[in-house]
Design a protein around this ligand. Structure first.
Ligand SMILES: [Zn+2]
Length: 99
């Protein structure tokens, strides 16, 4: 995967995993709960089905979990910054932080 240089490596404290760390999560809800519990400042969590991403081990579709921080930059405008990206395979109960 390419890493565009415009993606800043501004890793906020509070994210409970290291980049490229693989770990087991028994459910998606458990993983989401863990991220919410970490109280990452101003974080928003988005979940999306990955169309093209498939788990190499079982070829099931992966779920993407995106962690943003957002802050206002003027009226009704939000500046969003992706600070972490996880992929989760519900079949293998395997999660990996890919960004
Ligand atoms: Zn899998």
């Amino acid at each position: 995967m390419a890493h565009p240089s415009r993606v800043k490596s501004k890793i906020a404290g509070g994210i409970p995993h290291m980049p490229f760390q693989e770990f087991t999560a028994s459910t998606l809800e458990q993983l989401l709960g863990e991220l919410k519990k970490a109280k990452i400042p101003d974080a928003e969590i988005e979940v999306s089905e990955s169309e093209d991403g498939r788990h190499y081990a079982c070829s099931k579709t992966l779920v993407n979990i995106l962690v943003y921080t957002s802050r206002s930059i003027g009226e009704e405008q939000d500046y969003k910054d992706l600070i972490a990206l996880y992929q989760y395979c519900s079949d293998c109960k395997n999660a990996v932080r890919v960004l």
